[in-house]
Design a protein around this ligand. Sequence first.
Ligand code: PLP
Length: 300
Amino acid sequence: MMNFTEPVSIRVDSLTSYNKFHTTVDVLRLDLIDPVVSGNKWFKLKEYLKEASHLRKTAILTFGGAYSNHIVATAAACTSYGFRSVGIIRGERPVELSNTLQDAQDYGMQLYFISREAYKRKEIPEEIFKSVPGNELYIVNEGGYGCKGMEGAKDILSFCDSGHYTHIMAAAGTGTMLAGLTAAARDQQQVIGVSVLKNNFSLKHQVEQLLPPQKYRQFAILHDYHFGGYAKYKPELVQFMNSWYTDTLIPSDFVYTAKLFYALNDLIHKNYFPNGTRLLLIHSGGLQGNRSLAKGTLIF
Ligand SMILES: *Cc1c(COP(=O)(O)O)cnc(C)c1O
């Protein structure tokens, strides 16, 4: 069995500036795990890779877009743990690869570009089997969605004294991390997901698919903080990222964690939480994605 070294760099930051609202806000810094296999991706991948190793697979295949944290994290993790990696990328091959895809390729990932229609059907191009025998290939869903991803994400809460909080908040894409956090949460704790996709109302169902029914009442999803949709943003969000960094010294990424922190800040100012609320925010990483912003946009 493969040896997964536990990340040692994770810590909790307390944001005392929210104490005047009679709440405590702590941030679990999963972004400190590793600059590339950062944040929740390490947790979401580890159970898949363990299973792949157990089944004696030699290559991992997964899906993503040009800026996908999941793609580059998979590429890096595969290099560390001795797998070949194959990335099926949505859309035409661009003249110049994005930083994310260039990194993935540098980690040894074989990239295949397929049309948006083929991507929707999650088609695997035949030519892949010329270099990797089909029976050695292990497929991980887009974004690591699935039971193994959820199982891995359950471990996130063991990196702090999580029983002490009333609420846990995290950004949600596929909802895999949200499901893991909900599965691991204690009975009286409430888990709140901030959806980063626009009007993605199927997210609730996606999360429920990964949970036993008695857990359904323990999570909620907020749909008001997508800023136009996945990887979309507005000047207001960028301004917030900079002022949040000035106030807390915590960097955020514009796709996920900035929307989470913005939501938290907004909800606290709207007195959404009762007095005495103790919040744990999950910093799920993703900072590599900020490289697609113009230089000088961010102060960190
Ligand atoms: C992938 C990702 C998420 C979303 O995780 P899901 O399990 O797909 O909901 C959140 N934050 C960051 C930084 C990510 O890279």
